[in-house]
Design a protein around this ligand. Structure first.
Ligand code: FRU
Length: 502
């Protein structure tokens, strides 16, 4: 039996990531931490494993690593599909959907109206509420509450603004084809007033979708707060297809002012590498953050897929996993404000320490070294390389030392690379087998990579999370070997540690 025939679709079901039991999912929606539980709602087709019948699926977790699927939370009906949106805890019952004693959770979502609804072809913002902590939902009969008579107005993310200009709800949503984020305010989640618009700016090679707006301290200093506006776009990402960009600046309660805009208006494709990306890989889209995460942390989850080939990935009966949850923080890097990202979770609860593997200082020259005892399908690899004369060095994971997924550094070009051309099944779509790059530079003379490998994914956090790359892979179940390599010269592994997960 060849390795390829040992692969079944269920082989790819992730161990550390959420995927629906037997249906399609795309964007994470309504992320909220409430009463000790992380709620993950998501774009879901309850009837199939391709896009359609869009409804909000629902899963919960207490540790962000293990998820429990629940019945569909908000269903499409004859009038509307339920597109992306967010959830807020309306503590003081501003909406009146609850009571003082039982404040509601309120979902703000996009109604994609169907023929016969009276709003055919329109996308407008609607409400639903829950009085039982997010498990059952009632649609607000007064929806839609915000209608611009637009066919491309979607993906509302609502936050509670509490600053110099007052205290009120702020919504960021998109006019997708205008490459514009539109900002609204409300006191009761039902009546909305336009504040301002942002964009076009930086990457505009595809529609703008799924925005988010949040405040973060710079280098942890509570006296130095900045605002971050994220917006996903499809296509037009740095390595083709779907991706998420961000802007850092200020929000005065009315207007977001970006300090990181490079180009206004139409995209200049030669400048993609100058823009700020949440992730440089092919499979990190529709990223959005949790409301009310503990300790004011900013935690994000993305859909781990790319609209270029999303509906063709070879998994069954489910399709598309979510990314790991990431904490994002803001750091001043060489005088520029940049997001830094780290995976969140208590990995020790899932680690099989009897299979720990480590390699001490080793220099390799124009060679591949398969690491005996490091094989595994679900693992975290932490490695630091010091460049020598090699043009490229790195790891071949989920392989056999010849084929596999290459995670590499090309020091002269200043690139982090994921090469998935020989990662396993790649022939389901012509654009899937790819070699993708992100700019990376040395830190104290070396390159540090933390890599999470799961049954169908690889997530790379380089240089302490300053650069991230997330990609899907579909290796045979038997492809578990881990190798290190250097081509065209030498490179030194200062330290390599592998933690295996159950
Ligand atoms: C992004 C998106 C959103 C929309 C949803 C529909 O992937 O296109 O803009 O709300 O998916 O499923």
């Amino acid at each position: 039996m060849t390795a390829a025939t040992a692969t079944t679709a269920e082989t790819f079901r992730p161990a550390l990531h959420y995927a629906a039991r037997n249906t399609w999912l795309n964007d994470p929606n309504g992320l909220i931490f409430h009463e000790g539980v992380y709620h993950l709602y998501y774009q879901n087709n309850p009837l199939d494993k391709v896009w359609g019948n869009m409804s909000w699926g629902h899963a919960t977790s207490t540790d962000l690593l293990t998820w429990t699927e629940h019945p569909v939370a908000i269903s499409c009906d004859e009038n509307e599909d339920i597109f992306s949106g967010s959830i807020v805890y309306d503590r003081s019952n501003t909406s009146g959907f609850g009571t003082e004693a039982v404040p509601p959770l309120v979902a703000i979502y996009t109604s994609a109206f169907k023929p016969g609804s009276g709003h055919e072809g329109v996308q407008a913002q609607s409400l639903a509420y829950s009085l039982d902590g997010g498990y059952t939902w009632t649609k607000h009969t007064g929806s839609p509450v915000l209608d611009r008579h637009s066919a491309e107005f979607r993906d509302p993310k609502v936050i509670k603004y509490d600053g110099g200009a007052g205290t009120y709800w702020v919504m960021v949503a998109v006019e997708a084809k205008d490459f514009q984020v539109v900002l609204y305010k409300s006191d009761d989640l039902k009546n909305w007033e336009l504040l301002s618009t942002f964009g076009p700016a930086n990457a505009t090679g595809g529609v703008w979708e799924c925005p988010d707006l949040f405040q973060l301290p710079v280098d942890g200093d509570p006296e130095d707060l900045k605002w971050v506006l994220t917006v996903n776009l499809n296509p037009g990402g740095p390595n083709s297809g779907s991706a998420g960009q961000y802007f850092v600046g200020d929000f005065d309660g009315t207007t977001f002012t970006s300090a990181t805009t490079v180009t206004e208006g139409q995209q200049d494709p030669s400048r993609l590498a100058e823009y700020q990306w949440l992730d440089w890989g092919r499979d990190y889209y529709a990223a959005v953050s949790f409301s009310d995460a503990p300790d004011n942390r900013r935690l994000m989850i993305a859909w781990m897929n790319n609209w270029e080939y999303a509906q063709r990935i070879p998994t069954s009966p489910w399709r598309s996993p979510m990314s790991l949850a990431r904490e994002v923080t803001l750091a001043a890097v060489d005088g520029n404000l940049r997001l830094v990202q780290q995976p969140v979770g208590d990995w020790s609860t899932r680690a099989d320490s009897s299979r720990d593997f480590s390699l001490s200082r080793t220099t390799i020259s124009d060679a591949v070294q398969l690491l005996d005892g490091a094989a595994g399908a679900v693992q975290r690899i932490e490695v630091t390389f010091t460049p020598g004369t090699a043009g490229e060095f790195g790891l071949i994971l989920r392989g056999d030392g010849v084929v596999g997924t290459r995670v590499a550094v090309r020091p002269e070009e200043g690139f982090l690379v994921i090469d998935r051309r020989q990662s396993g099944q790649t022939d389901f779509h012509e654009s899937f087998p790819s070699i993708d790059t992100a700019p990376v530079s040395t830190k104290n003379g070396s390159y540090q990579l933390t890599i999470f490998v799961d049954h169908c994914s690889v997530e790379v956090f380089a240089q302490g999370g300053h650069v991230t790359m997330t990609e899907l892979i579909f290796p045979a179940e038997t492809s578990t070997g881990l190798a290190v390599y250097a081509t065209g010269g030498s490179a030194t592994i200062n330290r390599l540690q592998v933690t295996q997960f159950a």
